[in-house]
Design a protein around this ligand. Structure first.
Ligand SMILES: [Zn+2]
Length: 55
């Protein structure tokens, strides 16, 4: 039981860190996830800056 609690806490912590990182990098507004690679890119970008695929 203790292991389950620890694992759950770690997952939550990871999620919080990802959200916090996104806020720090200013990625909350005007950003979308690339359809192909799933990375955050500018919503007005025609091409993904990471994988180069057309959006
Ligand atoms: Zn991409």
């Amino acid at each position: 039981m203790k292991d389950n609690v620890t694992r759950k806490a770690n997952i939550n912590k990871e999620g919080i860190e990802i959200t916090a990182k996104a806020i720090n990098e200013g990625l909350i507004n005007n950003k979308v996830y690339c359809k192909y690679c799933g990375k955050l890119i500018d919503s007005d970008s025609k091409y993904c800056t990471v994988c180069g695929r057309e959006q």
